[in-house]
Design a protein around this ligand. Structure first.
Ligand SMILES: [Zn+2]
Length: 472
């Protein structure tokens, strides 16, 4: 693997990672990434603007010219919005990186003041608590900075094409809920991480990996029990015909179905979806968006679920989790090379001085933070900026892997005899979601985790012909 090779190289060669111009490298990587992404988006933009482009042959007679035009206009509007939003994101993320020491100083200052106020005694937080308050403060700033872009996306872009169903009140309550949830879930994790960094210096990768695995499993459970119900209302499916057909399908496939729910996705958007949830080897519940039920026939919804059950049958979720574990363990292995590198922190304005007292770092007018231990959350953030080029490469690999799984799940649904229904369902999903029909090949490889509509229909047709031949 690419990551492993890099880690081994640095280990074997004893390459010095000191005295590198980290800040320049990070800004350079961010710029290169931005230019690359803009190039990819430009290719898509050019394609959508091309007036001579035609509807793919397989969609002739299935998608009318009005829908094709609407899909192009929606794609173009998204493309223009992305040009603006990505520039804004680049500027704010580089600014947040450069002013990290100031954010650190202020977050420590406010955290101490808050504790003083609540417990009425002098308090100077430990390095772990400083990391937690830094994370919360930074998250708040980045939430405030990204809110206008998100607001524009919902209330101007999506609104223009009739997709936004959110009220402004819901938008802001969602934003507050999401930030509170992120901070309350991340804080114990940061404390645990800090403890591992401190106590298990030699084999911390193993413990971190265990810890992340534990978090992922908890998130799977919490997502079902707490997170999703905070945002959506779950009601048991009432449509008896659909319920009976889903139960029959689950029985045929040996799918361990516990409940079928409908959620009020229409409260936020008219885009539609369906999914199943539950840990491996345990009972699963199926969740269908009310928008999907409203816009599709019963047989089409059943075919979509046939596809979802295909993902379960072929262990796609477990495979994804397995690869993400490898990815994470390599990420931390590489992080180990730099997480105690004073030059890395120093170049980004963090002066590590074991003898420093807390008061030295608080509210210095310059953009420098003096800390008496390694600010590991800062380290993780800097490191994630530093490995951006490998992230870009991983994007292609993940998408390739995911697209392969999508084809497999489509094949599974086709083998169940749901091929025609699935094709109709995909066509009606395209119509309700106005998903882009004309997609540039590089844009699709970089951004799409699912094959395009015409690619999927072609593959299902091919598989149906193969299936019919085998039957004869
Ligand atoms: Zn799928």
């Amino acid at each position: 693997m690419l990551f492993s090779a890099i880690a081994n190289y640095f280990d074997d060669q004893k390459v010095s990672l000191n005295n590198l111009p980290y800040k320049k490298l990070i800004v350079g990587f961010s710029l290169c990434n931005f230019v690359f992404e803009r190039y990819v988006s430009y290719r898509q933009y050019r394609l959508l603007q091309d007036k001579t482009k035609k509807l793919p042959k397989i969609l002739e007679g299935k998608v009318d010219s009005k829908k094709f035009e609407d899909s192009n206009s929606y794609g173009l509007a998204k493309s223009k919005f992305e040009m603006f939003s990505s520039t804004y994101t680049l500027l704010t993320s580089v600014a947040l990186l450069i002013f990290q020491p100031t954010v650190w100083n202020y977050s420590s200052f406010f955290a101490d003041k808050l504790v003083n106020l609540v417990f009425k005694k002098e308090f100077a937080s430990t390095i772990i608590l400083s990391n937690v308050s830094f994370f919360i403060f930074r998250n708040l700033i980045s939430g405030i900075l990204s809110a206008p872009v998100s607001y524009y996306q919902h209330f101007v872009l999506e609104e223009k094409f009739g997709f936004n169903k959110m009220t402004k009140k819901l938008f802001f309550t969602d934003l507050i809920k999401l930030n509170l949830l992120t901070c309350s879930l991340a804080s114990p994790f940061i404390c645990l991480l800090g403890w591992i960094f401190k106590k298990c210096t030699d084999n911390f990768i193993f413990y971190i990996w265990m810890c992340v695995l534990f978090i992922q499993i908890s998130m799977f459970i919490l997502n079902d029990l707490v997170i999703q119900p905070l945002f959506y209302k779950f009601t048991p499916l009432e449509n008896n015909e659909l319920k009976d057909k889903i139960n029959a399908l689950a029985k045929e496939c040996g799918f361990p179905l516990s409940d079928i729910f409908m959620i009020d996705g229409s409260k936020r958007s008219s885009h539609s979806n369906a999914y199943f949830s539950g840990l491996p080897f345990m009972k699963k519940k199926i969740v269908i968006f009310d928008t999907l039920i409203k816009d599709s026939t019963v047989d089409e919804v059943v075919a979509v679920l046939g596809h979802e059950i295909g993902h379960w049958k072929m262990n796609h979720i477990s495979q994804m989790m397995f690869f993400s574990q490898i990815h994470l363990s390599i990420f931390f292995r590489l992080f180990k090379l730099v997480y105690k590198n004073n030059d890395l922190y120093g170049d980004l304005g963090f002066n590590i001085n074991e003898a420093a007292s807390k008061s030295e770092s608080i509210l210095t007018s310059s953009n420098i933070a003096v800390v008496n231990d390694y600010p590991f959350v800062v380290g993780l953030i800097i490191f994630s900026y530093l490995i951006q080029p490998t992230d870009t490469a991983m994007n292609f690999i993940w998408n390739q892997f995911s697209r392969h799984n999508e084809y497999e799940a489509d094949k599974f649904a086709t083998d169940l005899g749901e091929g025609e229904n699935l094709k109709n369902a995909l066509l009606s999903l395209q119509s309700t979601n106005l998903s882009t029909i004309s997609v540039d090949s590089l844009f699709s490889k970089y951004h799409y985790s699912h094959p395009t509509l015409s690619e999927r229909l072609t593959a299902i047709d091919k598989h149906e012909r193969f299936f019919a031949k085998k039957e004869k």
